[in-house]
Design a binder for this molecule. Structure first.
Ligand code: KG4
Ligand code: ZN
Length: 335
């Protein structure tokens, strides 16, 4: 089965092509226009998706040595994300579906991130804990079986990637700031600047306090070193992730941990979680860097799996700004 995966939930236009689970193409066009605003401008994102989605799909099909009529299934993200941006990919996918007479399936973006793990290991070992850590989300979920999701906790305020981006902005670094913070942190000292590691309720995350601590520090110390602030911030932000996840590992006694989403591209994060895995004797799964940040392959993987189990989506499926994985779980828990 040839699946075309289309992702437009934020500022990346991304197309993936799969032949069953073999990746034939993975192309991503990142929008640089937002950099000067220090964050994503929703209308600009939608307009940029419109500009590139058709040529990018053509490029992906060319790389895959396929023609549009070879596609068997069209998968596109319908949410959560920026509604205007989502509508571009979703409407394009529906139009393709009608013109090619091929089925279309809508994919939840978070389920897409989770399916990036299937590139690491095809038969995921359930039950699993999965940490989704991106620019829009920071949550820990329990997956009891394929499509059976239970959110254990999430951020009470900013997402982890959002905090990386905001701290980068405070220090005048470009957007998205995560990779720049990582680069500066490598050259800095973690202990020169003292920042508080957040300590919220079990299973929940919080980044607003840490971000504000950086803001105050930089205001009070105008001669600060970007490298040292980046190192101290990154260490505190990642220690917080490890602490909450360790609590979840101990309390659920689940021995398999997946980490997905843009922040999981961070090398220090990978180091810290490898150390946690050794300490707690769990198995760790993190996708290769290419599949951590938003991409079309993860949408194609999730779409194909859902299509095989549940069939196609109705063409009236709407774009949604928010949707937790619990909503689409095949087993619903009583409140
Ligand atoms: O998953 P993603 O591409 O989009 C969302 O679904 O949000 O994640 C993007 C986020 C941004 O906040 C970006 O700064 C962060 O992931 N990010 C990183 C790194 N690479 C991307 N954060 C820290 N270190 C990195 N190397
Ligand atoms: Zn994402």
């Amino acid at each position: 089965m040839i699946t075309l995966g289309i992702e437009t939930s934020c500022d990346e236009t991304a197309i993936g092509v799969l032949d069953d689970d073999t990746v034939l193409a993975n192309v991503v066009s990142s929008q640089v226009a937002h950099s000067k605003y220090g964050g994503v401008v929703p209308e600009l994102a939608a307009r940029n998706h419109i500009k590139v989605i058709v040529p990018l799909t053509k490029i992906a099909l060319e790389i895959a040595h396929l023609d549009a009529k070879d596609v068997d299934l069209i998968a596109a993200t319908y949410g959560p994300g920026l509604v205007g941006a989502l509508l571009v990919g979703l409407s394009f996918a529906k139009s393709l579906s009608i013109s090619l007479c091929k089925p279309y399936i809508g994919v939840n973006h978070l389920e897409g991130h989770v399916y990036a793990l299937h590139e690491v290991r095809k038969d995921m070992p359930y039950p699993m804990l999965v940490l989704i850590v991106s620019g829009g989300h920071t949550e820990i979920i329990r997956i009891n079986n394929e499509f059976e999701y239970e959110t254990l906790g999430r951020t009470l305020d900013d997402a982890c990637g959002e905090a990386f981006d905001k701290v980068a902005k405070i220090m005048g670094l470009p957007y998205p700031g995560g990779p720049y913070i990582e680069k500066h942190a490598v050259q800095g000292s973690q202990s020169t600047v003292s920042l508080p590691v957040p300590r919220p309720k079990p299973f929940h995350f919080s980044y607003a306090g840490l971000k504000t601590a950086v803001l105050y520090y930089t205001r009070e110390n105008p001669e600060y070193s970007r490298e040292d602030v980046a190192a101290a911030f990154q260490e505190a932000a990642l220690d917080h992730l490890v602490e909450v996840v360790e609590y979840a590992v101990v309390h659920t006694r689940i021995k398999n941990l997946g980490i997905v989403g843009g922040v999981s591209a961070n090398a220090r994060l990978r180091e810290k979680f490898s150390e946690l895995a050794r300490r707690t004797a769990i198995t760790l799964y993190i996708p290769e860097i290419l599949h951590c940040t938003d991409n079309g392959v993860m949408i194609a993987l999730a779409g194909a799996a859902r299509f095989v189990r549940f069939g196609r989506s109705p063409l009236c499926l709407d774009a949604v700004a928010r949707e937790s994985l619990d909503t689409i779980s095949s087993v619903k828990r009583r409140a």
